[in-house]
Design a protein around this ligand. Structure first.
Ligand code: AMP
Ligand code: MG
Length: 330
């Protein structure tokens, strides 16, 4: 069974072809073009959607070529229907709808955040993990229970990715800034005290962001180090409590921020204390990509009917804990 998955929720336009035989998935191709705003600026939704519209034909052709298949070989098409930026989401939906209606291929709209989790499970083979999803759009601690991914802690304001990107933009870095901050942080060992805010099992990063911006004039390597140590320790504390509470024996780290080595180090020590196995989504598939959307489309197609063309909408706000999951038994 072959699927084309289309991702266009924010900065990335990506198409990927996956093949499923039995319960196993194989990535045949995953092609991406990323919108890069000018240095110091964030994503402009109209400019990002223009980028996606302009690049979609090339990304699609290259993805089919790399997988060595034709559109007519596809069994289904899935697209990221939300959550995300409206203008960007609509480009992916239009590509899916155009191909689906012209070639009569069934369509599956997919929740982007579920895509981050499922591609992580597929590639690491984690079975029943507590999941830490940290990306540009999400900071959530999740466990699967009674047919849905349930939230055991989340951010009360900005996400971990936004904390890094907003700080980095203020320092004049090109967005996304996580990689650059990680690099600068690795050159320091000098911790400057910053606000550490965990409320119940939720985290709040906005005070930390303001405080870090206020000391920007100090040594930037020290500030990046302190920002990472504080933000990662906060999410590490909440994750450790959720592990202890749910008694899960696996922890799976997914989302773009999963590329950060220091975050993995902190979570590895959490797992050691909690006697649990640590899995991290491979860097290449941790950020937004078509493969995550393809795989969820394939999983869903074995259990539910495709969505009629007239209902292939987008949803800018679509919480992942509202999505019924038919393909995992609790
Ligand atoms: P996503 O929304 O899943 O594509 O993830 C994008 C987010 O991942 C952005 O906020 C990036 O700054 C962040 N990111 C990418 N690489 C790293 C890294 N090495 N360390 C921390 N954050 C990162
Ligand atoms: Mg994402």
């Amino acid at each position: 069974m072959l699927v084309l998955g289309i991702e266009s929720t924010a900065h990335t336009f990506s198409c990927a072809i996956l093949e499923k035989s039995g319960k196993k998935g194989k990535i045949l191709s995953d092609v991406r073009k990323i919108y890069r705003p000018p240095e110091g600026e964030g994503i402009h939704p109209r400019e990002a959607s223009r980028h996606h519209a302009e690049n979609s034909p090339d990304v699609l052709s290259e993805c089919l070529k790399k997988a060595a298949i034709k559109v007519t070989d596809l069994d289904i098409i899935s697209y990221a229907a939300g959550p995300g930026l409206g203008p960007c989401l609509r480009i992916g939906a239009v590509v899916a709808r155009s191909l689906g209606s012209y070639y009569k291929i069934p369509i599956y709209p997919v929740n982007h955040a579920i895509g981050h989790i499922e591609i992580g499970r597929m590639l690491t083979r984690a079975k029943d993990p507590l999941v830490l999803l940290v990306s540009g759009g999400h900071t959530m601690i999740l466990a699967f229970l009674f047919g849905k991914w349930r939230v055991f802690g989340e951010t009360l304001d900005i996400t971990l990715g936004q904390l890094l990107d907003q700080f980095g933009r203020c320092a004049g870095f090109a967005s996304p800034c996580g990689g650059k901050i990680e690099d600068l942080a690795s050159r320091s060992n000098n911790y400057i005290t910053l606000p550490y805010v965990v409320k119940g099992n939720d985290v709040s990063f906005s005070g930390l962001l303001s405080a870090a911006k206020n000391i920007m004039s100090k040594n930037l390597e020290d500030v990046c180090f302190s920002l990472q140590e504080t933000g990662f320790a906060m999410i590490g504390e909440a994750t450790e409590r959720a592990l202890s509470f749910t008694r899960k024996k696996e922890l799976l780290l997914v989302g773009g921020v999963a590329a950060n080595k220091r975050l993995s180090e902190i979570l590895e020590s959490v797992c050691k204390r909690q006697n649990c196995k640590f899995f991290v989504c491979p860097k290449e598939y941790a950020g937004d990509c078509g493969s995550q959307i393809s795989w969820v489309g394939l999983l869903e197609s074995a259990h539910i009917s495709p969505t009629p063309l007239g209902n292939t909408f987008v949803r800018q706000s679509w919480r992942l804990d509202s999505v019924e999951i038919p393909y995992i038994s609790s």
